[in-house]
Write a protein that binds this ligand. Structure first.
Ligand SMILES: [Zn+2]
Length: 367
């Protein structure tokens, strides 16, 4: 018996309801799949690769500063990768406040749970701003765009004045970390030491980012100098530096045990003619950062060896680096501070050879 018009309508309505129910189930399933997809892609994008950090002057066997220890586990469930740039020596630095960038300005992501001196530094937000204002005098807007986040930390006994590491696997985005206690040692940016640190760290981003390195090429297939972060492009600053100034001493350098500080010092002494500072001899990544920082800040009276001078002169032919030098000097010359920079060679964090061969960890100096 054929269904009546009303029955057909009812059947249709029931059918529609069934379909909608199915669709609703499907929607939840799709939503779930989408969430899983996002979670996976975030993991891929946020891979943290080799940190590059910088060491400091002698601290000898100073006991750990327990007042600023952060023994409390991070309360937030967010995955927050923490670099461990100096895991083998001394105390780790204490993370204080993490910022992201909104345009050229800071936007707080989180305050870490800290106590003692680190808490005081956390609460003194004016200092965070003062530090950032100095960063902006050194790093132009279009380069600030490469910085995904900015960590204020307490260096304490770690000896780490600053660090950078890529927050995107493709090297387009970087974290900049700066030790705020070191920034105020002897007064803010005393003797220009802190400004030099910022220039040095900027030098790392300039020479290790995606314009310079290809992170998709592994060491085995890299035809040029391989940095931990990726394979240097042929025209990369670091590749030129390596070809001209490291390739002939590379096997000798690689035969040194990275824990053998006296052998590293001897290596520097033997080849000091080609290095702008002892810290330059740490590895090619530190060398290019030191050459750039010295290129920007050197005074006329700071003399380096003939080969080191050749490294500096080669930067004189790089339009990008010359423009950056001009930007930094123009911005800082207008400053009322007399001693805005460490003059070349006087950066106290650069007086010793670091221990890393990969640009990832640094030596706490002992003499
Ligand atoms: Zn460095």
């Amino acid at each position: 018996m054929p269904a009546s018009c009303c029955e057909r309508k009812q059947v249709k309505v029931e059918l529609k309801l069934k379909i909608m129910k199915h669709l609703q189930k499907l929607r939840w399933l799709l939503l779930l799949l989408l969430l899983i997809g996002i979670a996976q892609s975030c993991e891929k994008d946020e891979i943290i690769v080799s940190p590059v950090a910088d060491t400091t002057e002698t601290k000898d066997d100073t006991p750990p500063n327990t007042g600023s220890d952060n023994d409390n586990p991070e309360p937030t469930p967010d995955p927050e990768p923490t670099p461990d740039p100096d895991s083998s020596d001394g105390e780790a630095e204490t993370d204080i406040t993490l910022y992201t960038l909104e345009g050229d300005n800071l936007k707080k992501v989180r305050d870490y749970e800290v106590s003692g001196s680190a808490l005081e530094l956390q609460q003194d937000v004016a200092k965070h701003e003062e530090v950032w204002n100095l960063v902006k005098k050194i790093i132009p807007s279009n380069y600030l765009a490469k910085i995904s986040d900015f960590m204020i930390y307490e260096g304490g006994q770690s000896g780490i004045a600053g660090y950078v590491f890529n927050t995107k696997e493709d090297l387009t985005k970087w974290r900049l970390g700066l030790a705020i206690d070191y920034a105020y040692e002897g007064g803010f940016n005393s003797d220009g030491q802190f400004a030099y640190t910022v220039i040095h760290e900027f030098g790392h981003i300039l020479t290790l980012d995606n314009t310079q390195l290809d992170s998709s090429i592994g060491e085995a297939s890299c035809q040029n100098y391989f940095v931990g972060e990726g394979c240097a492009k042929k025209e990369a600053y670091i590749n030129e530096l390596f070809s001209n100034h490291w390739s002939d001493i590379w096997s000798e350098y690689n035969n040194i045990d990275e824990e053998d500080f006296s052998a590293l010092d001897a290596f520097y002494e033997k080849y000091k003619d080609r290095f702008v500072t002892p810290y330059s001899a740490t590895n090619p990544a530190e060398d290019i950062a030191e050459v750039f920082a010295t290129f920007v800040t050197r005074s006329n009276t700071f003399q380096v060896g003939e080969k080191a001078e050749a490294k500096m002169q080669s930067l004189q032919n790089k339009n990008e680096l010359v423009a950056l030098k001009d930007f930094i000097l123009q911005n800082t010359r207008s400053s009322k501070r007399r001693a805005f920079f460490s003059k070349g060679g006087s950066w106290k964090h650069g007086k010793h050879v670091g221990k890393s061969k990969k640009g990832c960890t640094h030596r706490r100096t002992t003499s």
